[in-house]
Design a protein around this ligand. Structure first.
Ligand SMILES: Cc1cc2nc3c(=O)[nH]c(=O)nc-3n(C[C@H](O)[C@H](O)[C@H](O)COP(=O)(O)OP(=O)(O)OC[C@H]3O[C@@H](n4cnc5c(N)ncnc54)[C@H](O)[C@@H]3O)c2cc1C
Length: 382
């Protein structure tokens, strides 16, 4: 699957599509058991997918964000739970370490992100700090030649199989008027003393994607755990989320596409009133709306990815892509269930899984309301 000379981005994405499609028999058990099989994560490492956005000099494929988005779409079309794990590991976490890590941090940690021995995590959210991420309360204080961290991070994707979590904690007190002051990003190995996991959250969808709390009780990390500069972590969080939103947009597109492809197949086969239901205008109109939604979402997403690859500002465009694609995924997956009629509600046909998995895409990495705030802020600031 590693890109070969002359291989186009589309061909690479198609190779991933074939691999991801072969996972189908494993999905029901993994979703029931609530975790990604270690062999699947290992295969992703072998195939090079986990290091797609990591420069070749750091052991990755050095692929563009455009390719990464196309590949994530393919993984999501097959298995949305896997796609978010890859997006967090290889998008947000890898992107943050590549951009802000020292030479030593890159050499030490990037191999762990790309070798398939686990999927890394990004721990920003807390019980009282969600959309208002700058209000986080986890604390960090200097102690001898290292740092001591305390707090509890919520809803941490990949926590159960993460060798490390980029964890945000505050150094010093909250300062009035500058809520993000003191926020610092730490690379926290999950086997560091004082680090433990809460029980996995029981979710509506993405059942094979682990989401757990990360508990820091006098957790000790070295001085070299600081990513970027002390007190400048909020900018790292925001930059990570910008990239992550392209990943969630791509995930949303993959989910929507898979649901509607299944609906088209079903509509061709299912007969009512003596005809295949695909001949009914209401069904055709629903399919046309869905396909238009998906194409619009993909174009917005590829534009944001292209801007990122060109080194240009892309915060607003990433929010637009994430907002539109995630909301489109709600519409499309519900339309797909509708096309299936009562069978769409049954697990056997799997469109209900896509509808459940789509639901979270308007929530995580910034809700739709937060995306509109980001977009509007950029408009009025111009
Ligand atoms: C499955 C899953 C996985 C996740 N993975 C991670 C992860 O890996 N790492 C991580 O750090 N976090 C993760 N999260 C957390 C996620 O990013 C947050 O849930 C999300 O940012 C929203 O925060 P909240 O849930 O506290 O909602 P709140 O911020 O409490 O929002 C509640 C409602 O109020 C609205 N609202 C809030 N502020 C405003 C405003 N100013 N104007 C208008 N409306 C507003 C919101 O849009 C929402 O509708 C995950 C969440 C889920 C569900």
């Amino acid at each position: 699957m590693r890109p070969e000379a002359g291989q186009t981005e589309r061909e690479l994405a198609e190779a991933v599509r074939d691999w991801a499609a072969s996972l189908a028999p494993r999905i029901p058990d993994a979703e029931r058991d609530g975790g990604l099989p270690a062999e699947v994560v290992h295969d992703l490492g072998e195939l090079g997918v986990l290091g797609m956005g990591v420069p070749e000099a750091d052991g990755g494929l050095g692929a563009s964000t455009v390719v990464f988005a196309l590949v994530l779409e393919e993984i999501a079309a097959a298995w949305p739970s896997l796609a978010i794990g890859v997006s967090v590991n290889s998008g947000i976490v890898a992107g943050s370490i590549v951009r802000y890590g020292t030479r030593e941090q890159r050499a030490r940690w990037l191999p762990r992100l790309i070798d398939g021995s686990g999927l890394c995590a990004f721990a920003l959210t807390e019980a009282s700090s969600g959309s208002d991420a700058a209000s986080l309360r986890a604390s960090a204080r200097r102690d001898g030649d290292g740092w001591v961290l305390n707090g509890r991070k919520h809803f941490v994707t990949n926590a159960k199989y993460a060798p490390l979590a980029i964890t945000f904690a505050r150094v010093g007190m909250v300062e009035e008027g500058t809520p993000h002051a003191g926020i610092t990003a730490f690379i926290v190995p999950t086997d560091a003393p004082g680090v433990s996991l809460g029980p996995s959250d029981q979710k509506m969808g993405l059942l094979a994607s682990d989401t757990s709390s990360l508990v820091l009780e006098d957790a000790r990390v070295g001085a070299d755990a600081v990513l970027g500069e002390v007190g400048r972590g909020f900018a790292i969080a925001l930059a990570g989320l910008d990239g992550g939103r392209i990943g969630v947009a791509a995930q949303s597109i993959g989910i929507a596409r898979a649901a509607i492809e299944r609906a088209i197949g079903y509509a061709r086969e299912r007969r009512q009133f003596g005809r295949p239901i695909v001949e009914f205008e209401a069904i055709r109109s629903s399919l046309a709306r869905a396909r238009t939604d998906i194409d619009a979402a993909r174009l917005l997403t590829l534009r944001a990815a292209w801007l990122r690859d060109s080194g240009r500002a892309y915060t607003r465009e990433a929010s637009m892509a994430k907002l539109f694609a995630s909301e489109a995924a709600q519409r499309v997956t519900y339309q797909a269930v509708q096309v299936f009629g009562g069978y769409g509600y049954m697990r056997e046909y799997q469109v209900e899984r896509y509808a459940r998995d789509a639901r979270v895409t308007t929530l995580y990495e910034g809700t739709s309301e937060v995306q509109r705030m980001v977009i509007a802020r950029s408009l009025v600031a111009a």
